[in-house]
Design a protein around this ligand. Sequence first.
Ligand SMILES: [Zn+2]
Length: 501
Amino acid sequence: MTRPFYLTTAIDYANGDPHLGHALEKIGADVIARWHRLRGEPVHFLMGMDEHGQKVHQAATAAGSEPGPWTDAISERFNTTWHRLHCSHDDWMRTTEPRHTRAVTALLERIQATSPSHLFQGEYEGLYCVGCEEFKQEGQLVEGKCAEHPSADLVPTRERNTFFRLSAWRDDILASIESGELRVEPAIRRNEILSVLRSGLQDISISRSRLPWGIPFPGSVDETVYVWFDALINYLSGTGYPDEGWDTLWPADLHVVGKGITRFHCIIWPAMLRAAGLPMPRMVWAHGYVQWDGAKVSKSEGTAVSLDEAVDRHGADALRWFLMREVGFEADGDFSFERFDARYASDLADGLGNLASRATAMLVKYRDGVVPESPPPTTLDDAAMALTQEYVTAMSTLALRDAAAAIGRLVSEADGFVSASAPWALAKAGDDDALDAVLAALARTLLRLALMAAPFMPEKAGALWAALGQHGGPEGQWARAERPEMAGMTVIKPENLFPKS
Ligand SMILES: [Zn+2]
């Protein structure tokens, strides 16, 4: 069996509701997972929740709840939301699950056995950001505050903990990123990480004392595992580590994370794995943030947009489309309901939806829905082939916004082709051959569009696929986008894919 493509998203803190910022990441990763499945590759897609740490404990206490029932409810809420957004994860990892505790303990014991001098007792004094669950160094502060949580106060903290000799791994990690053994993308994030590495690394504290909500530190009676050290290991827990067979999934092919946590994923996590003698992940992709009037969308900064409100507006697929097409998966991008409405109208209702409706209606009207035998090329086929190739290149480099743009351009090409060839005039003039050529090219283009749109809008693409007389789903059918064959198949007019509200 081919080894599955193993990808993960960051796991979110169980301290509030899911918001648009979380959604961008999950949807982007889901588009990538679906793209691999579309090409017939086996995929293992992991998502989950980060349920330990001070922040979660504080949130539960503030709500008058115990952390256990609190995290149960939040985990359920997140997972339900991701399903509502058509996320197709194969596994849902909660860091409070016994299988995760087992993996954390096993990895720490393996580091103790493999690199015993890399764990040592020490004292740490510094400014702690509970929002990040991280000690902040002077150089990371913006006007004395955490850059990610400017409205929160940093807490001076002094602790005697177990430390991890992160500094020892600097040269190794630097070389791995430079050589591409560990790919960090996009380039702007790679350059940031390389500059952090070049300026040197400090050893990090990886335990907390007397924290009531965490995984007991192996071999210690009064320490728990630092929440970040715990959380990162979820990617390994998802493979079944340390049980036999875990290495059929590891190393992970792709960790999708936000740009604010690259240091954990591109430095600390690879070092932990190296210290245990395990392979590093192959790639980390760090996306930008969803912004609302130029500010990061986040609960702690009071700029969260209700995710349910955003889904209710035009449906889950439309929100997926907007986030990928307009906000993007690389740099920061703005969300606004005005832009969402405008894109919905232009790209979907008047774009793909209208094209699908018109083209199938003409096939039904002029040919009883049966696609005529009229092989390519036409000018539309040529344009479609070029845009299909552009799409493949973009998807393969995770340039998801460019891939979505290629879909939009193909819709425009098809609209232009309809106007220029005026099938109604050909029908009136009785030019059957010319009409067949136009209708057949449109049918092939719709098939391509259903396949290209499938990772972005699985529900709507599936409806179009079915209307084109195709059975099953588009999964595994990508080859048909490269060589679409529709002659003799019967199409129907799909239900209005993107109704105008
Ligand atoms: Zn912070």
